[in-house]
Each structure stands twice: as C-alpha cells, then as structure tokens.
Design a protein around this ligand. Structure first.
Ligand code: TYD
Length: 191
C-alpha cells in the first residue's frame, strides 16, 4: 500500500507524515517513509534550483518537471521493494505535486509514465496566507499568488482523482485524527 500526503508548501505534510508513521508503527505495521524531492543527487540539485528567483518561470518549470520525474524514478524501485516486503509506504509528495506545481498535464503524464500512482492520496488543504506564515522563506515557490494557483489545481485534482481532502487548519491533533480515520479505513483497521 502506497499512501501519499499532498498539499501546498506550509500545509503541514512532513509533520503529519511523521505522526502517521509513528501511529502505524505502534499499530504493528512495517512502514517506509519517503519524500519528494528525495535526497538523491537529482533531489539535491532540485533543492538548489528551487532557490533561484526565476524558479516559477515557464521554461525553468519545464526543466524542474523533468528533474522531478527523474528524481521520482529513483524512488520507484524502493517503493516496489518495500511493498514486496509487505511494508506500507508513506510519502511526503508524489507525482501529483508535479501535476499541481508544473504545467501541462499531458506532458507531465508522459514523462511520469513509470511513476506508480498511490493507492491513497490525502490532500492537506489550507489557505495560502496561513500556509505561507508557516514557511521558512526558503524557496521561490513560497509566494502567495503562486500558491493560490497551486491550491486551486490541487482541489481540481482532488475531484478528478478522488483524493481525501483534509482541512489542515484544524490544529495538529485534529488533522492527525482525520488522517488516521481515512488511512485506517483504507487499511481495514478498527479505530
Ligand atoms: P517540499 O515538500 O517543500 O520539500 P522540502 O521541505 O524538503 O523543501 O518540496 C519542495 C518544493 O518542490 C515544493 O515547493 C513543491 C515543489 N515540487 C514541485 O514543484 N514538483 C514536484 O513534483 C515535487 C515533488 C515538488
């Protein structure tokens, strides 16, 4: 089972992925936690490039789209192996981040053709102003107008691809409870 948490920068994904990992482990599941961009060489190059003030420009985004797809490929073998060992894979972002942040859905689907789609996607939804106030101002995507567009794209994707939308403005514990409920149900756990 491959579970992914998605959302704009500052929506609390990394905190919630870690809490979910702890909970699932306490319940006796073997878990592999991963994140995108990864810490591969490509992932590190991406992080460096995200600091460029032109990172939201169209052509720059195309380059990033290709790099994110390449970085994701590195992860696919790990995910397959972990699933083969019966582990639950929890991911902070996946292919859908590219669909939300980079443009041209058809092209993105082609270059991500080998990326496995998660079995469950939870979208942490939050207004960009609040999300930005939680960010550390570390990369060029942390801009309120840009994040507004990304949020809209996520909400569109959520309808089309049947994501579970979680209100990420409810405080850490309530958000964690909501995530547990949806994930537990998908895994057939009694909670
Ligand atoms: P983020 O989750 O903020 O990672 P970290 O906390 O390690 O910095 O992701 C970095 C940025 O990358 C974020 O602004 C979203 C962006 N991104 C894309 O634009 N496309 C993608 O496919 C992925 C995976 C991330």
């Amino acid at each position: 089972m491959y579970v992914c948490l998605e959302g704009i920068d500052g929506s609390g994904k990394s905190t919630q992925v870690k809490l979910l990992e702890k909970w699932l482990s306490r319940c006796g599941h073997e878990v592999l936690r991963v994140f995108e961009p990864t810490n591969s060489k490509v992932g590190n190059l991406i992080r460096e490039m995200l600091q460029d003030p032109h990172a939201t420009d169209e052509n720059f985004q195309k380059t990033l789209g290709l790099l994110f797809a390449a970085d994701r490929m590195v992860l696919m073998d790990k995910i397959r192996d972990a699933e083969g060992e019966g582990r639950i894979v929890l991911s902070d972002r996946c292919f859908y981040s590219s669909m939300a942040y980079q443009n041209d859905a058809e092209w993105l689907s082609q270059i991500n053709r080998f990326a496995r789609k998660p079995d469950l996607v939870l979208l942490l939804d939050l207004d960009p102003e609040t999300a930005l106030s939680r960010c550390e101002g570390k990369d060029s995507f942390e801009d309120v107008d840009f994040l507004k567009e990304i949020r809209d794209k996520y909400l569109e994707l959520a309808k089309k691809e049947e994501f579970f939308v979680i209100n990420a403005n409810n405080g850490i514990n309530k958000v964690h409870d909501d995530i547990k409920r949806v994930t537990g149900r998908k895994l057939g756990m009694c909670i």
